[in-house]
Design a protein around this ligand. Structure first.
Ligand code: F6R
Length: 620
C-alpha cells in the first residue's frame, strides 16, 4: 500500500511558454518556499543542452546565483527541498540528470525500491553523484529513453516505462534537451497540478506556484501522466493513453498570497481572521431553525450518529480537541480525538455509527491521509475538513467542509485553526439540533457566532498591549500554558505556537494537573500563562493562580476585559472580550497567536520559516 511510506515535503514548478522560464521558476519557487527551504535548484533547456543552477539555502540565494550566471530559456523545471534523505547539500539538490546530462527531473516523494534499481543501473555502468533516489529515477528514465528508436514518442514512453518499475511515491517533472518545449509530469501519492495559460502551461506541486500567472488548473489524480508544451496538454495514465480531467478555477489570486503591508505572513494571517471566520460561516448559519447547514454533510443522517472521531496532526488536532468539548456539550454525542499518526497504526474500532472527520489545512499531511484511508478501508466514510481546494484529502474523502480561509503561507497555522474550530462548532450545532438542543439555544449560539469576527477584531486591536507582555517574558527559557476544558487545547495550541516560532520551550497542561507533578517546575524563571476567561471553571482557575503565586511563580493571565479580580492578582494580563463560553476558546487563541508572534519577532526569529519546519508535512 503506497501510502504507508514517506514523502518529501518539497515544492515543484515547471514551465513551458513565451516568458523567460527562469523568472517564472524563481517566482514559483518563491511562492513554494513555505513547503521547504533547505536547498533549491532549477534546470533549463538553453538550445544546446540543460543548464542547472543549484544552491543550498533559500530561494534568494538561487536568485542571486541566476543574476550572476543568467540562463535564458522558455522551458524549465525548479524545486525547493526539505531534506529527509541525504543532507541539504549541492549534490542532493534537485534537478537531477541522467547519464547523458540531457534529461533532468525534479521529484517529490520517495522511491522505495531505489536500491534494487540502483544496483541494476550500476551493473549497466551508470555512475551516481548524489545520495538521492531521484538521481536513480533520472538515470532509469534516461536508460529507457536512449534505448528507444527516434520513431517513438521517446520521452513519454521512457517516463512511463521507468515509473512502471518504481515502488513508492512521486510527483515529477521531466525535461529533455532533445525535446525542447516539452515537459512530462506524473504523480503518485504526491500532488501535481497543471496550470493552463495562453501560450504557456505550468506544472506545480500546488497552485500557489503558478497563481501569479494563471488560475485555471487541473488537479491530477494518482497514476496520471501529463505531457505539456506551451500550447497544449495531454493527460494519460500509466496504463491508458488518454483520460479527461476536469478544469478548476482557483478562487483566490496572487495578491491573497502576498504579505502586503505586513512584515510577515503569519501576522497577516492572524489579522485576516475576522474575514476567514466570516468566510467559514458564510451561507452556513440557518437562522430560521437555529441550526447550521453544511452542504458537504447533506447525506449524513446526523440524528443517527452514535460517536464522532476527529483525526488530525498538530494544530489541526488541537482544533479537534477543542471541538471535543464543544460538540459533546451541544449534542451529547461522545467525541474522541486522536493523532492521525497514532490512529493509522492502532487497531481502533470504527463502525457505521461513527462519524469521522479528518482535519487538515493543507489536505496533504501524510499521516492524516493515511488515517483517512484506514477509516475507509474499514468500510466507514471519512469526511474532510480542509482548506486547500483540490488537495488529496479533499478529493479522496467522502465529503466534507471546506474552510475557505484562503492561502495560509506562514508555516505556523493560525487562521486555519480558528476556521477549523468554527466549522466544528457548526457541526456540533447541527448535531445538537437533531437532539436536545432547542431552537432558542441554537439561535443564541448563532447570534454569538455572527459576532465572533467582531470579537476577534477586538483582540487584534489590543495587539500592542499583547506585544508589551510578550516583550516582558521573551527571555524565558521555558513557559507553562494552563487551561481547563476547551481551553486546555487552546493552551496546547498557544504552547505549540510559542515553541515553533520562538524556540522557547513551552508545555501545556490541564490546569488541575499542575498539582500532580508539573508544579515542581514553577519558579520565578518559569512563567505560567493561564487561560482564566469566565466560564464554569473560572473559580478553579483562580485557585490555580494562587497556587502558582504561593510558589513565587510569575503568572500571565488570559482573562476577560474588566476582570479586576484576576488582573490584580497576577503579574501580567492579556485581556479579551467575553463571548459565549463555547466560543471563548476561539477568541482566546488569537491572543496567544499574537503573544507567540511578538515573542518570536523580539527574539529575531524567522517567523514565517522557523527552523526545521515546513508547511505541509508530507513525511511520516
Ligand atoms: C503548527 C502547524 C502544524 C500543522 C500540522 C497539520 O503551526 O502548522 O502543526 O497544523 O502539520 O497540518 P495540516 O493541517 O496541513 O494537516
Amino acid at each position: 500500500m503506497y501510502w504507508h511510506i514517506e514523502m518529501l515535503m518539497c515544492g515543484i514548478i515547471a514551465y513551458s511558454g513565451f516568458r523567460e522560464a527562469t523568472e517564472v521558476i524563481l517566482e514559483g519557487l518563491r511562492r513554494l518556499e513555505y513547503r521547504g527551504y533547505d536547498s533549491a535548484g532549477l534546470g533549463a533547456i538553453n538550445g544546446k543542452g540543460i543548464e542547472l543552477r543549484k544552491c543550498v539555502g533559500r530561494i534568494t540565494n538561487l536568485n542571486e546565483l541566476i543574476t550572476q550566471k543568467p540562463v535564458s530559456s522558455s522551458t524549465a523545471i525548479g524545486h525547493t527541498r526539505w531534506a529527509t534523505h541525504g543532507p541539504p547539500n549541492l549534490e542532493n539538490c534537485h534537478p537531477h540528470c541522467d547519464a547523458t546530462g540531457r534529461l533532468a527531473i525534479v521529484h517529490n516523494g520517495v522511491i522505495e525500491n531505489y536500491k534494487l534499481l540502483k544496483n541494476r543501473l550500476l551493473d549497466l555502468g551508470h555512475k551516481f553523484t548524489s545520495d538521492t533516489d531521484t538521481e536513480i529515477l533520472a538515470h532509469l528514465i534516461g536508460h529507457f529513453y536512449d534505448a528507444l528508436p527516434a520513431s517513438e514518442d521517446k520521452l513519454l514512453i521512457a517516463v512511463k516505462k521507468a515509473l512502471a518499475e518504481v515502488d513508492g511515491t512521486y510527483g515529477i517533472a521531466v525535461i529533455h534537451a532533445d525535446e525542447p518545449g516539452r515537459i512530462i509530469g506524473a504523480r503518485r501519492g504526491s500532488p501535481l497540478v497543471v496550470g493552463l495559460g495562453e501560450g504557456e502551461n505550468f506544472l506545480g506541486s500546488d497552485v500557489s506556484a503558478m497563481v501569479s500567472f494563471t488560475r485555471d488548473v487541473i488537479y491530477l489524480n494518482d497514476l496520471d501522466v501529463v505531457d505539456i508544451n506551451d500550447s497544449s496538454y495531454k493527460i494519460s495514465t500509466l496504463h491508458t493513453t488518454k483520460v479527461t480531467r476536469q478544469k478548476s478555477r482557483v478562487d483566490w489570486d496572487a495578491g491573497d498570497a502576498e504579505k502586503g503591508e505586513f512584515p510577515h505572513f503569519m501576522l497577516k494571517e492572524i489579522f485576516e481572521q475576522p474575514t476567514s471566520l466570516r468566510n467559514v460561516m458564510r451561507g452556513r448559519l440557518n437562522w430560521d431553525h437555529g441550526d447550521a447547514k453544511l452542504g458537504g454533510l447533506q447525506e449524513v443522517k446526523l440524528s443517527q450518529v452514535k460517536r464522532i472521531l476527529l483525526l488530525g496532526c498538530g494544530t489541526a488536532l488541537h482544533a479537534g480537541m477543542m471541538a471535543e468539548y464543544v460538540i459533546e456539550e451541544l449534542s451529547g454525542v461522545p467525541v474522541e480525538t486522536d493523532f492521525s499518526s497514532e490512529f493509522r497504526y492502532r487497531n481502533s474500532p470504527v463502525d457505521q455509527g461513527t462519524l469521522v472527520f479528518v482535519i487538515s489545512q493543507s489536505g496533504e499531511t501524510v499521516d492524516t491521509l493515511a488515517a483517512m484511508r484506514e477509516v475507509q478501508r474499514k468500510g466507514v466514510k471519512a469526511y474532510g475538513l480542509c482548506n486547500v481546494v483540490g488537495s488529496t484529502i479533499a478529493r479522496e474523502s467522502d465529503g466534507g467542509v471546506y474552510l475557505h480561509a484562503g492561502p495560509e503561507i506562514g508555516v505556523a497555522a493560525t487562521k486555519s485553526f480558528t476556521s477549523q474550530a468554527t466549522a466544528l462548532v457548526l457541526i456540533g450545532l447541527a448535531l445538537g439540533r437533531t437532539r436536545s438542543l432547542s431552537a432558542r439555544e441554537g439561535s443564541e449560539l448563532l447570534a454569538e457566532l455572527s459576532r465572533l469576527p467582531e470579537n476577534v477584531e477586538k483582540v487584534l486591536n489590543t495587539s500592542e498591549a499583547i506585544k508589551k507582555v510578550a516583550l516582558r517574558y521573551k527571555d524565558s527559557q521555558s513557559m507553562l500554558f494552563l487551561g481547563r476544558l476547551a481551553n486546555y487545547p487552546i493552551a496546547m495550541e498557544g504552547a505549540l505556537k510559542l515553541k515553533e516560532i520562538s524556540y522557547i520551550h513551552a508545555e501545556a497542561y490541564p490546569a488541575a494537573e499542575l498539582k500532580h507533578g508539573v508544579i515542581a517546575l514553577v519558579s520565578p524563571e518559569t512563567p505560567s500563562l493561564i487561560i482564566a476567561t469566565r466560564d464554569g471553571v473560572y473559580d478553579k482557575n483562580r485557585s490555580t493562580i494562587q497556587e502558582i503565586k504561593a510558589r513565587s511563580g510569575q503568572v500571565i493571565a488570559l482573562a476577560n476585559e474588566g476582570d479586576s479580580d484576576i488582573t490584580e492578582t497576577v503579574d501580567s494580563s492579556i485581556l479579551v472580550p467575553e463571548t459565549h463560553p463555547l466560543l471563548q476558546p476561539i477568541v482566546n487563541v488569537v491572543a496567544l497567536q499574537l503573544f507567540a508572534y511578538y515573542t518570536a519577532v523580539a527574539l529575531g526569529r524567522d517567523v514565517d520559516k522557523p527552523r526545521n519546519l515546513a508547511k505541509s508535512v508530507t513525511v511520516e
